[in-house]
Design a protein around this ligand. Structure first.
Ligand code: ACO
Length: 320
């Protein structure tokens, strides 16, 4: 191997994110650790465009999180290190929870305590069951929170690093602005009579002024954590937000900040389902008149652009 190459590590591959469910057994001293491990998708905001770390051989960086409370622990290991190696913790620090610790024994104790004690914050909006394999005993619960919701500001400081790792171009939101609304999704598991919670995903939204006296609600960051992706939770969260917006008179329109392809697919699928059920695409013939798009956009609180896109998809569907 090229001698320099062995001192270079891809930062996304080096980082292991571990969601830890520290299940206490037989009293306080014993525990089973149920760990779900995955890598971040994006680390360029932290380590630069090349996503490279210099100066270590066989580097591993562990970021452990209690699966509900997101109490966290940083640790790293390597076979060898150059004196000029990159300083890893110092580079990552601003992107990690400010209360992250590096004492693993202490973390294990906290994770065990939180397994029993952690409860979601905010107002519970709804719950559902999933028929996805392995989730049959779980109930999924939505909570609504703002930065003035008790315990939420601290929780968000732990949660926000996931947007850096999984949403391209995400930046931390201004948590002193109390207008932000956040939808949280938790999994509730009944473990022999003990209710425990795991974080599944979240969405941040900002209410912009819509002239003269309404609101344009903008979805900013929408994330389902990797172990829960492709199981229908993203669609559930999107529908839950949309239903909420539809029921709120002050909201005129829902928009999305920089949707990526996966989110656009999710949005298209769900909007198509909803608009089809409402009969919006009846007697469809190209070209679609602008006022028909405008009326549907107004009635269903979607942007004209998104409704035009749905009409186009409906026309294509009719061709098939
Ligand atoms: N079993 C298998 N597949 C299923 C099941 C199931 N029970 N239920 C749904 N699916 C399929 C859906 O049919 C869909 O497949 P398709 O696209 O082939 O039709 C696919 O899973 C995705 O649908 P969901 O499961 O509802 O979506 P998911 O929960 O994975 O959420 C999201 C999608 C939000 C993009 C998620 O993958 C994610 O958070 N990714 C990383 C972050 C990200 O990209 N966020 C959006 C950035 S843009 C923004 O923030 C505004």
């Amino acid at each position: 191997m090229n001698s320099l190459k062995q001192w270079v590590t891809n930062s996304s591959e080096a980082i292991n994110i571990r969601l830890v469910r520290a299940v206490p057994r037989n009293g306080e001293d014993e525990e089973d650790e149920d760990i779900t491990e995955f890598n971040p998708v994006f680390t360029y905001p932290i380590f630069g465009e090349q996503e490279q770390i210099f100066g270590y051989k066989d580097l591993i960086i562990n970021l452990e999180f209690a699966s509900g409370s997101l109490a966290s622990c940083f640790s790293m290991g390597y076979k060898d290190k150059k004196p000029t190696a990159d300083k890893i913790y110092a580079t990552m620090k601003d992107f990690l929870p400010s209360d992250i610790i590096d004492n693993h024994d202490l973390f294990a104790q906290i994770a065990q305590r939180d397994y029993k004690e952690f409860k979601p914050m905010g107002t519970k909006i709804a719950e559902y069951r999933s028929n996805h394999e392995g989730a049959e005993d779980s109930v999924f619960e939505f909570y609504q929170a703002k930065f003035d919701t008790p315990r939420f500001l601290e929780y968000h400081k732990r949660l926000q690093c996931f947007s850096t790792f999984f949403i391209e171009g995400a930046s931390f939101i201004e948590d002193t602005d109390e207008k932000w609304e956040v939808r949280l999704l938790f999994e509730r598991i009944n473990d022999n009579g003990q209710e425990t919670y795991n974080i599944v995903g979240y969405c941040t939204m900002y209410p912009y002024f819509y002239y003269p006296d309404q609101i344009r609600m903008r979805i900013s960051q929408f994330l389902i954590l990797p172990p829960y992706q492709q199981q229908g939770h993203g669609s559930r969260m999107y529908q839950s937000l949309y239903n909420d917006f539809c029921s709120r008179k002050e909201i005129r329109e829902m928009t999305v900040e920089d949707p990526n392809d996966d989110f656009s697919d999710l949005r298209d699928k769900n909007d198509m389902k909803h608009l089809t059920a409402k009969g919006v695409f009846k007697d469809l013939q190209a070209p679609i008149k602008a006022d028909r798009i405008e009326q549907a956009a107004k009635a269903y609180k979607l942007t004209k652009r998104q409704v035009a896109r749905c009409f186009e998809l409906a026309l294509l569907r009719n061709l098939d």
